[in-house]
Design a protein around this ligand. Structure first.
Ligand code: URA
Length: 241
């Protein structure tokens, strides 16, 4: 038996808090009866409806995908381009990406059908560390790297403290490889941060997401996360709040 709000959140309809609101507003029924209290527990045979629509309950699943460049972080694309869910066509669960990577960015993206887990991982206060490796145009001065670490001013505000390290420099080509560790997840954040210091990104890869790395995976590969990994990710995200 599980709490009603948790089951609704798992179905991907709403965050746990929003699910609580839906219940309190009388918009949820269990076996045809409106339930407004929050403590109610439901089993797998109970029929739950939200706004009159039955929720479909699936076993939660969790995957790591090595997203190749040239793939959209979405469940469909109106222009018919490849999307991350194309790599899971054999999985019956309705999974979706947790957050997004740009079309041109490769690397780790998590996929799930567990709305509550997705909300936890994307909560601004709980954002786990993500490590990006960027090939950039130019050779950044030390002060610029310091600036990345202290925070750069973007249109949507100053970035939180980060860690940056120049991994290599190609003087002939005038390019560098820089590792950037951030906790935030704003839209195109890494590209915008490098743009802000005058060294635009030429190529970008997310190499680590909390403790998860790409070891053993090649672009387009996915593997299911272990129950232990999922638990650790939840702990990491909740620790930050
Ligand atoms: N930052 C970016 O600029 N792009 C991504 O895909 C991820 C983080």
């Amino acid at each position: 038996m599980e709490r009603l709000q948790k089951v609704i959140a798992h179905a991907g309809i709403a965050s746990r808090r929003k699910a609580e609101e839906l219940i309190q507003d009388g918009r949820v029924t269990v076996n045809g009866k409106v339930v407004k209290e929050l403590g109610v527990k439901v089993g797998s045979n109970d029929k739950i409806e939200v706004n009159g629509v039955p929720i479909e309950r699936e076993e939660p699943v969790y995957f790591i995908l090595y997203k190749p460049r040239g793939v959209i972080s979405s469940v469909n694309d109106d222009k018919g381009r490849k999307v991350v869910t194309d790599y899971f066509s054999e999985i019956p669960a309705r999974i979706y990406p947790i957050g997004r990577l740009d079309y041109d960015t490769s690397g780790i993206i998590l996929m799930t059908n567990d709305g509550e887990f997705a909300n936890t991982m994307m909560h601004p206060k709980g954002e786990v560390e993500k490590v990006y490796v960027a090939k950039i145009k130019g050779i950044p001065m030390r002060e610029k790297i310091k600036l990345l670490e202290k925070g750069v001013m973007l249109e949507d505000g100053k970035t939180a403290p980060a860690k940056a390290k120049v991994l290599s420099v190609d003087k002939k080509k005038g390019t560098s490889i820089v590792e950037l560790k951030i906790h935030e997840g704003r839209n195109r954040q890494v590209r915008r941060m490098f743009e802000a210091i005058g060294t635009p990104v030429l190529k970008l890869k997310r190499e680590r997401y909390s403790f998860l790395n790409l070891n053993g995976l090649t672009p387009g590969d996915a593997r299911e996360l272990t129950a232990h990994e999922v638990k650790l990710l939840r702990t990491e995200a909740n620790k930050k709040r």
